[in-house]
Design a protein. Structure first.
Length: 652
């Protein structure tokens, strides 16, 4: 009779697990399908990771001649990129390969976190799930900590997210293994070996994994008071071997050199280094508390609760300690604050998990008894995955959609394959409009598809600047769907599908002129060299904004130029909430009028007689004492002090 009941119980457990796996995979698949068609970052890192994947698809190796094109990516850990290159080869798109790996990494991170609930016994699992979901909702509504998954939002930490997926999957697997088979010394040693291998994906999750394994060994030593000395010796040996193996890994040297660069990494809540340290200290204390109550000689009577407490606590302690260690290194000019900030995603996620787990631990003895599996426990991982999507990622604004990117990628690839961009000089992409990643797309195509080196000309598409060496510019890849000077009809030599064209770069270069003429157009459809302007931002669809309190436009008078007597300026002042822009004009140093503007208008300005006497040039100067930034106006994070947008200047 007993055997029969046991068989029935085992049947229900297996059935529950199968149902749990099925429900989780259905929710995860829906999220995967929702995220895959979009990119959420407009960072140049998008182009850099894409460039390495594309290079691997074409060469299946990175030699020294790749350095001028790939830059730091030529020495970057590339296991995730190799996987993306394999998938991209099958999908005939490096972008799709990259999207598949990034989206899968996101979903794996969330499944690993969600599966922690299946380690907890009885109704304690529901306490954990409810507490975790409530914390996610509270964080979304108030604090706004960036959780795991946000590595590919704003910034594009493709490899780090792939590494975090490996790290969290290992933590979830080890917690489950200990709960089923008990805690031994073999598990931490396996973790350390896997951590060293993970360095080929990304260094941050790899050293987190190493720290996690070492803290597990520390907990193993404390778990038996009589055997703590030999176990401590194992810890010391593992520490030496693990650190040495990590430092000798080729990825360590490469990542360390990259970490010296203090890059741009905005975080929603942890805006300063002291706040990040406070987050690390809080996470560290919570982690130590979990490790302490997981020890067998404490009063925790539920082994499965102790197992998850030990593994989540060990993971949190490792991340917190390494973050603080990196901060100390940065203070000693070894690394940068940028490298410290990269720990924020893991810290925030682990802290919320630990708080939920502490709530479950204190309720475990009361609620875990009498039921090996709580009612509807099969639904818990699916609920957590859905909550992570809803309260963590769903509000992220897409920067580009996959169909638009794929059309661009395909057209640029065709242009390269048919030789349309070949020639004595380097080809570049300019004037492409693609969601929020337009300039990055120009740079990506130039560098990753056309092989432009990262010199000054190669960086010009990224910052929408003029080419410093225009005589070295060959073909220009652009689009007529969003016409610009780069797709001028008179210079197009090859037409591709979807409105994409290849133009003659030297033909376009000849169109640029700083000569005075009847109409000067300041949008990106004009052919005005930046050298004729000071105090202006880059050209936009309608014109150029003045940036700062002063700006000038100088055009060169050719021999026989007309004796212009008036100029007209089509302008749009930056006037949020009726803010008045004062514009003081002077022409060739002669005052020509003062205007107070709140709406778009055309200024008709007579040219002073004294200003018309200069036979060489005409300089229009703008003094803008009321220039205001969108940040100061509370509109956006844009810190540029804007005065007015100049659309056209007409001489009569």
């Amino acid at each position: 009779m007993g055997n029969g009941e046991g068989g029935i119980g085992s049947h229900f457990v297996r059935e529950g697990r199968s149902l749990s796996v099925a429900a989780t995979l259905v929710v995860a698949a829906c999220i995967f399908a929702r995220v895959l068609p979009y990119g959420f970052s407009a960072s140049p890192d998008l182009a850099h990771h894409y460039g390495l994947i594309r290079w691997l698809m074409e060469h299946w190796g990175v030699s020294t001649d790749a350095a001028p094109i790939l830059g730091e990516m030529s020495i970057y850990p590339r296991y995730a990129h190799i996987l993306a290159a394999i998938l991209g080869t099958g999908a005939h798109s490096a972008f799709l390969g990259m999207q598949l790996v990034a989206t899968a990494s996101l979903v794996i991170c969330w499944i690993a976190l969600a599966w922690m609930s299946q380690v907890l016994p009885g109704r304690a699992s529901w306490i954990f799930v409810c507490a975790f979901v409530a914390l996610l909702a509270f964080n979304r509504a108030t604090i706004g900590l960036d959780l795991v998954g946000h590595e590919i939002v704003v910034n594009y930490f493709f490899s780090q997210l792939a590494g975090q997926a490996c790290f969290l999957a290992i933590v979830a697997f080890c917690a489950r293994t200990e709960a089923d088979r008990g805690f031994g010394i073999l598990l931490p040693l396996v973790v350390i070996v896997l951590a060293v291998l993970m360095a080929g994906v990304h260094l941050v999750p790899a050293i987190e994994g190493l720290g996690y394994g070492l803290v597990l060994l520390f907990a193993h030593a404390l778990s038996d008071r009589r055997a703590w000395l030999p176990r401590s010796a194992v810890l010391v040996v593992a520490l030496g071997i693990g650190v040495a193996a990590m430092c000798l890994h080729p990825a360590f040297t490469a990542s360390r050199s990259i970490s010296e660069n203090n890059g741009f990494l905005p975080l929603a809540a942890v805006t300063t280094l002291p706040r990040l340290i406070l987050l690390a200290v809080t996470t560290g204390l919570a982690s130590l508390g979990l490790i302490w109550i997981s020890l067998p000689w404490q009063r925790i009577q539920v082994p499965r609760v102790a197992a998850i407490a030990r593994h989540i606590g060990s993971a949190g302690a490792a991340i917190a300690f390494l973050c603080m260690l990196q901060a100390v290194a940065a203070a000693m000019h070894l690394g940068s604050e940028y490298a410290v900030r990269k720990y924020a995603f893991g810290l925030s996620t682990i802290l919320l998990t630990e708080i939920a787990l502490l709530v479950a631990v204190f309720g475990a003895k009361r609620f875990a008894q009498g039921s090996a599996r709580a009612p509807l426990a099969w639904s818990q991982p699916a609920i957590v995955v859905a909550a992570l999507w809803l309260f963590s990622f769903s509000g992220s604004r897409p920067a580009v959609d996959a169909p638009s990117f794929l059309a661009l990628e395909n057209a640029a690839t065709v242009a390269k394959d048919i030789g349309a961009v070949n020639g004595a000089h380097q080809a570049y992409a300019r004037g492409l409009v693609l969601g929020d990643v337009s300039n990055v797309a120009n740079y990506l195509v130039s560098q990753a598809i056309f092989g432009a080196p990262r010199d000054e000309n190669g960086m010009a598409p990224l910052y929408d600047r003029e080419f410093p060496a225009p005589e070295a510019v060959g073909a220009i890849f652009s689009s007529t769907k969003n016409p610009s000077l780069w797709s001028d009809e008179g210079c197009v030599r090859t037409r591709l599908g979807g409105g994409f064209v290849v133009s003659d770069g030297q033909c376009i270069r000849a169109r640029f002129s700083d000569a005075c003429r009847e109409a000067l157009v300041f949008s990106f459809k004009g052919f005005l060299p930046a050298s004729m302007m000071t105090g202006f931002s880059n050209a936009e669809v309608d014109g150029r904004w003045t940036e700062g309190n002063r700006a000038t436009v100088t055009c060169r008078k050719a021999e026989g130029s007309p004796d212009w007597k008036e100029l007209k300026l089509d302008v749009q002042p930056f006037s949020p909430n009726g803010h008045v822009q004062t514009v003081e004009l002077s022409i060739n140093g002669i005052p020509a009028g003062t205007y107070s503007l709140t709406d778009a208008t055309t200024l008709k300005v007579p040219l002073p007689e004294e200003a018309r006497n200069d036979p060489h040039a005409l300089t229009v100067s703008f003094a803008l004492p009321n220039a205001l930034s969108p940040k100061e106006a509370g509109l956006s994070a844009d810190a540029r002090k804007l005065g007015l947008m100049l659309k056209t200047l007409t001489l009569q």
